[in-house]
Ligand binder design. Structure first.
Ligand SMILES: *Cc1c(COP(=O)(O)O)cnc(C)c1O
Length: 354
């Protein structure tokens, strides 16, 4: 039986994407060769890269607006430093909403002055800071749209004269936003787009070339743009699977269609967390994430029982991150409403057993 996969990352991908991906590993495009044993310069693979890049821009509504999409390597963690390498001349602002923001801040400090504009550390990051003032004179302001570990999500983004940079690793392509408010977006593939091994970067080309330092080629966005994301051998399999996922999303009706499903899934689970006395939510209600729901058992003594019931129902990947504890249900795009329904059934069954 296929499990209900609530893993936080690497995460669930659509079954039909898995099917096509596995076929391409054996025989790609009827070439009699595997996708992973052909040249990345071959016309069959170049078409994959071009399709993946254009679908990313199309789904985000950023075609023809001066943005480029790149599929790089090194994970979102490499973007923590690449962003600063390419954009930080004097001073950058960061909104600290959890472990990933914290890591981004640490890397940026290697390149210039970093101002922590706001933080929710005082409450173990269970909310999104609001009503803060963004100082003037920043090269850019960095924000994490969805805090995978803590289960919070930014609903309204700050207005600033500085460039806006967003780590969207765990909620890209999950909800409608005006993506043109961002100058640079990055996302590790493995949360909502594909297998681990590639990172999507969407950057407004006009923001580049403004820093005075020399940038090594592999860390230079402009180099990757000039080489059509093929400066070196790209992660061919992760890029291919990402392309398939983006095609799947487009066929489904794009971001508006998936957002509707994601809203339903989140409403179903959060209303159970609210109504069921056996559970308590971790994140503040106004800031709860539609992607990662964090919650605890009201009575820890029931952990063994609840875990066994989840296992019996085929539920996988529900353990919370060690810095929060409890449970975390990740409801990325490919997770079905039925899977959330199964989890909610188990939760209410626990209440009945009492
Ligand atoms: C997982 C995650 C990262 C780290 O991604 P890697 O690709 O493993 O480097 C960064 N930011 C957020 C929001 C994440 O969820």
């Amino acid at each position: 039986m296929k499990k209900h996969n609530f893993s936080a990352g690497p995460c669930i991908l659509p079954q039909e994407v898995m099917q096509k991906a596995s076929e391409a590993v054996l025989d790609f495009n009827g070439l009699g060769l595997s996708l992973i044993e052909i040249s990345h310069r071959s016309k069959d693979f170049v078409a994959v890269m071009e399709k993946a890049r254009s679908l990313a821009l199309e789904l985000l509504g950023l075609e023809g607006k001066g943005y480029k999409a790149l599929f790089l390597q090194g994970g979102a963690s490499t973007e923590f430093l690449m962003v600063a390498y390419n954009l930080l001349e004097n001073k950058a602002g960061y909104i600290n909403t959890g472990a990933w923001s914290d890591k981004a801040i640490k890397e940026a400090k290697l390149f210039g002055e970093v101002v922590e504009v706001a933080s929710s550390k005082d409450k173990n990051f269970n909310y999104i800071p609001k009503n803060y003032t963004v100082p003037s004179g920043l090269d850019y302001l960095h924000i994490t749209s969805n805090n995978t570990i803590f289960g919070t999500q930014v609903k309204e983004f700050p207005k600033t004269d500085a460039m806006l940079v967003c780590d969207m690793s765990s909620d890209i392509f999950s909800r409608q936003l005006d993506f043109s408010q961002f100058d640079l977006i990055y996302a590790g593939a493995q949360k909502n787009m594909g297998p681990a091994g590639t990172t999507l970067v969407v950057v407004k080309e006009s923001v580049l070339g403004k820093v005075s330092r020399k940038i090594p080629s592999m860390l230079n966005y402009q180099v990757h743009i000039d080489k059509d994301s093929m400066f070196n051998t790209p992660a061919v399999f992760p890029v291919y699977v990402s392309m398939l996922t983006l095609e799947w999303l487009k066929d489904l009706g794009g971001i508006p269609a998936i957002e509707e499903i994601n809203d339903k899934k989140a409403q179903l689970l959060y209303s159970e967390i609210e109504l069921n006395p056996m559970f308590t939510g971790f994140a503040e209600k106004a800031d709860r994430s539609n992607m990662n729901a964090t919650f605890n058992l009201t009575d820890d003594a029931l952990k063994e029982t609840f875990d066994a019931m989840c296992k019996e129902a085929g539920i996988n990947g529900l353990n919370g991150h060690r810095s929060v504890g409890g449970y975390r249900a990740s409801m990325y795009n490919a997770l079905s409403l039925e899977s959330v329904g199964t989890l909610v059934d188990v939760m209410s069954e626990l209440e009945r057993k009492g």
